[in-house]
Design a protein around this ligand. Structure first.
Ligand code: NAI
Ligand code: MG
Length: 366
């Protein structure tokens, strides 16, 4: 099967970190015989500058066809005053919506060399490796009715938390499938004590488990208790599955257990395509970082680890993904640090390019 990949570097540091991913992609082609048909296109402010829209129909169509989309970041001060309909983030939102990417995978993994970077004690986070699966296309961010209405002589802001059974079932399946490839454990988080949607969430997750994944260990937790447990003893978890709103908060919380924004990858997956591969968009969690753009300071690891996720989840190359993650671990253990990773204990300062080159060298050595 050919491997097709659409690269959308975007704005700010997006193109800088993506250039380092290109080196990694080339390495896998040259040294491991894993080749990709790569196309590249514009998204966000870069697309607006050229086409007057943050995502053209042609780019959207291309994204629907390929096995995986890899995106850098979008946005920047230059575009802040644009009309909402053409803002850079609309390009990203359109991709997520039209590809129907309902499962957002946010790993929180603590590399030993960076354990002192966490806001928590070293022994609480060292070796941490958890995955938060956030439902991404429904829930209170999309539910109708919504709006600000007038009630008597005051305004009322309204949003609706709404989940259908099938929306819950499909993201639950994503979580159970992931767990089977990891630690075989899923914890589902909602607020079934106070929300109807939470009651349904809990029931449907349990039903899917009992009918299709009885071998996976399943537990349920209220999302507020989950937040406490994530900061008290995060290593108790393997896969956490939760809705859009709680997932937004819990994944950001979990991210900070592990240190810098420059280290965090993500994947957003949808339904399987004709070739069996899921619709997929991979992107670092960070934004376009205009404060450091163009200075060679950006940490490319978040984007490189996003490509590792693509190897694992789109191209069925789990061993090669692990090889890449080990190379990242190695350069960190060797003390190489982009500016964002430079802690009190110091390290060997490297630029964006220096970090990319070092990871390629570690792949060569491994
Ligand atoms: P940001 O993530 O771009 O930056 C936050 C801070 O983290 C900055 O100090 C930045 O220098 C640093 N940082 C981020 N990524 C880094 C990396 N790889 N290496 C080293 N340091 C890094 O978030 P911010 O400043 O709130 O937003 C900047 C722009 O990015 C805005 O236009 C925003 O809309 C956009 N944005 C885009 C996202 C996306 O494309 N998915 C996500 C978040 C923000
Ligand atoms: Mg968030």
């Amino acid at each position: 099967m050919t491997n097709t990949l659409l690269i959308l570097p975007g704005d700010g540091i997006g193109p800088e970190v993506m250039a380092e991913v290109r080196k990694i992609i080339d390495w896998f082609g040259a040294k491991r015989g894993i080749t990709f048909e790569v196309s590249e296109d514009l998204v966000g402010g870069a697309a607006y500058d050229k086409h007057g829209t943050p995502l053209t129909d042609a780019t959207m169509a291309k994204a629907q066809e390929v096995d995986a989309v890899l995106l850098g970041a979008v946005g920047g001060p230059k575009y802040d005053k644009l009309d909402f309909s053409v803002k850079p983030e609309r390009g990203l939102l359109r991709l997520r919506k039209e590809m129907d990417l309902y499962a957002n995978l946010r790993p929180a993994q603590c590399f030993d060399a960076l354990a002192d970077f966490s806001s928590l004690k070293r022994d609480v986070v060292a070796g941490l490796d958890i995955m938060i699966v956030r439902e991404l296309t429904s829930g209170v961010y999309f539910g109708e009715p919504r709006g600000i209405i007038k009630e008597g002589n005051e305004r009322v802001g309204i949003n609706t938390q709404r989940y259908t059974e099938s929306e819950i079932a499909r993201v639950a399946r994503s979580a159970f499938e992931l767990a089977k490839r990891r630690g075989n454990k899923v914890c589902s988080m909602e607020k079934a004590n106070v929300m109807e949607s939470g009651v349904l969430w809990r029931d449907v997750v349990q039903e899917i488990h009992d009918a299709e994944y009885p071998e996976v260990e399943l537990s349920h937790m209220y999302a507020d208790a989950g937040a406490m447990q994530l900061t008290r003893a995060p290593k108790q978890f393997d896969v956490i599955v939760t809705d859009n709103l709680f997932g937004d908060l819990l994944s950001d919380l979990a991210a900070m257990l592990t240190g810098s924004l420059g280290m965090l990858p993500s994947a957003s997956l949808g339904a399987p395509m004709a070739n069996g591969r899921p619709k997929a968009l991979y992107e670092p969690v960070h934004g376009s970082a205009p404060d450091i753009a163009g200075q060679g300071k950006a940490n490319p690891i978040a984007c490189i680890l996003s490509f590792a996720m693509a190897l694992r989840y789109s191209f069925d190359q789990g061993d090669e993904a692990a090889r890449l993650e080990a190379a990242v671990e190695k350069v960190l253990a060797d003390g190489l640090r982009t500016a964002d990773l430079m802690g009190p204990e110091g390290g060997k300062p490297v630029s964006t390019q220096g970090m990319g080159d070092a990871i390629v060298a570690a792949l060569d050595a491994g």
